[in-house]
Design a protein around this ligand. Structure first.
Ligand code: SAH
Length: 366
C-alpha cells in the first residue's frame, strides 16, 4: 500500500522533492493543496508539473476517511463515524456554540487507560492513529460544511489518550495550527486533554503552544487510582508538581476536568482538597456531570449537589465552569464514544447527505 502523503512533515517532503531536483518552495505548494484546498487527488495540483504529479501519484496516496454515519443531536451537535483504511472506526464530534464551531478529534482507536467511567475504555486500545488520520477528521468534516461555516476550535478530547500517541499527535497539531500552509486553527484555539502522563506533558508544553486540560476527577490517590489506573504510575503529588512547574505562556491557565460521579467525588472535603491541590497553579475547573452509557453503573449527581460543589469551589476563589452535556442523545458526549454504528439516534443517516441539510440546526447556534 502507498503511504499517505499527509504523514510527511515539511522536512521529509522537502527531502523527497530534493531527490527529484525539485525546488523547496514546492513543499508549501503541495501542503496548501492538501490542507487548505482539501485536494482529493494529485491531478488537481495544477501548479505542479505533470511529471511531478505523476511521481507523487506513483509514490503516495492522499488517503481520505470514509464517513460511515453522521448522527445529529437535538442540540445541533453532530457525531461523525469514520472508517479507516484497515476498517477500524473512530468518531469525531462537531459542537456548534454561540460564537464557536468546535471539532472534538480522536487520537487513538479505542483507549488503553481503562478509566472506570468511560465508554471508550471498554473497547481497549485498537491502535494509534497516524498524523494524517488525526488531521483528516478535520478535513473531512470541513468538506461537509456549508461554505460560510468554519471550524474555529479543535479539542483533542475524542477517543484515546493523545499523549500516549505523542509523535503523531504533535505532528497533527503542527498541521492544524500552521496559518501559512496548514489548516490555520491558532494553537490558542486547540486544547489537548490528557489523563496526566507527566513526562509527555512537560514535552508538550516545551514543543507546542496548545492549551492543556488535565483529567483530574478525584482529590485523593485512593479514589483517583480506582477511577483512573494511570494514577498508580503518576500519582496526584507528582502530577500537580508537574503542573506547578510548567512554563505556561502569559495569561494561560490549565483546565482541570472533573467528572461528577454521584456519591464518589463531590463532598465538601473534596472541594477543600481540590482547592489545596490547585494551590500555586493558574487553573480553571471544568465540572463534567457524568454522562451515562450502557456498561456503566455510575450516576451523575443531582443539580443541587452539582451547584453545591461548584459554589464551594467558587467561594474558595476558583474559576469554575460546568460543561454542558452536548450530544448525549446520540451518545456523542464526553466518555460516550464507542466507534460503532448506532441505531437509537435522534436523526441519523448512513452518509451521503450534506451537513448543509442540517444547517438550520447549525446556524441556530452560530
Ligand atoms: N484521554 C484523554 C482524552 C479524553 S477527553 C483524557 O482522559 O483526558 C474526554 C474527557 O471526558 C476526559 O476528561 C474524560 O475523563 C471525560 N469522560 C470520560 N468518560 C466520561 C463520562 N462517561 N462522563 C463524563 N465525562 C467523561
Amino acid at each position: 500500500m502507498k503511504s499517505n502523503i499527509k504523514d510527511l512533515d515539511s522536512q521529509e517532503l522537502e527531502d523527497w522533492l530534493g531527490a527529484r531536483r525539485e525546488a523547496p518552495y514546492r513543499v508549501k505548494q503541495i501542503q496548501k493543496w492538501l490542507f487548505q484546498k482539501g485536494a482529493g487527488s494529485f491531478a488537481e495540483m495544477t501548479n505542479l508539473s505533470s511529471g511531478l504529479r505523476a511521481d507523487l501519484e506513483r509514490e503516495y496516496s492522499i488517503g481520505r476517511l470514509k464517513t460511515l454515519q453522521r448522527s445529529c443531536s437535538r442540540d445541533g451537535t453532530i457525531k461523525f463515524l469514520f472508517e479507516l483504511a484497515d476498517a477500524v472506526s473512530i468518531e469525531s464530534v462537531l459542537i456548534p456554540e454561540a460564537k464557536r464551531l468546535t471539532l472534538c478529534v480522536s487520537t487513538q482507536a479505542g483507549c488503553g487507560f481503562g478509566c472506570a467511567f468511560c465508554a471508550t475504555a471498554l473497547m481497549g486500545l485498537k491502535r494509534n492513529l497516524s498524523a494524517s488520520e488525526i488531521v483528516e477528521q478535520i478535513l473531512e468534516v470541513r468538506r461537509s460544511l456549508p461554505a460560510d461555516m468554519r471550524i474555529t476550535h479543535a479539542v483533542l478530547m475524542g477517543m484515546g489518550e493523545p499523549l500516549a500517541n505523542y509523535r503523531q499527535t504533535v505532528k497533527a497539531v503542527r498541521i492544524m495550527s500552521d496559518a501559512d500552509w496548514g489548516i490555520g486553527i491558532s494553537p490558542r484555539r486547540i486544547t489537548l486533554s490528557t489523563v496526566g502522563l507527566v513526562p509527555q506533558i512537560k514535552k508538550l508544553i516545551a514543543e507546542t503552544h496548545v492549551n492543556l486540560a488535565i483529567s483530574l476527577h478525584a482529590t485523593t490517590d485512593e479514589i483517583r487510582s480506582q477511577l483512573m489506573p494511570v494514577n498508580r504510575k503518576y500519582p496526584l503529588a507528582e502530577l500537580m508538581d508537574c503542573c506547578r512547574s510548567l512554563p505556561l505562556p502569559k495569561r494561560r491557565r490549565i483546565t482541570f476536568e472533573y467528572v461528577m460521579l454521584q456519591g464518589i467525588n463531590h463532598s465538601a472535603e473534596d472541594a477543600r482538597r481540590l482547592s489545596g491541590l490547585l494551590n500555586g497553579i493558574r487553573a480553571k475547573i471544568n465540572l463534567i456531570p457524568f454522562n451515562p452509557h450502557p456498561g456503566s453503573s455510575y450516576r451523575r449527581p443531582g443539580p443541587e449537589e452539582l451547584l453545591q460543589f461548584q459554589n464551594a469551589l467558587r467561594s474558595l476563589g476558583h474559576q469554575v465552569n460546568v460543561r454542558e452535556a452536548r450530544g448525549d442523545d446520540i451518545q456523542a458526549a464526553c466518555g460516550q464514544l464507542l466507534g460503532a454504528v448506532s441505531s437509537e439516534t435522534a436523526s441519523s443517516e448512513q452518509s451521503g447527505m450534506e451537513v448543509a441539510s442540517h444547517s438550520s440546526l447549525l446556524t441556530a447556534h452560530s
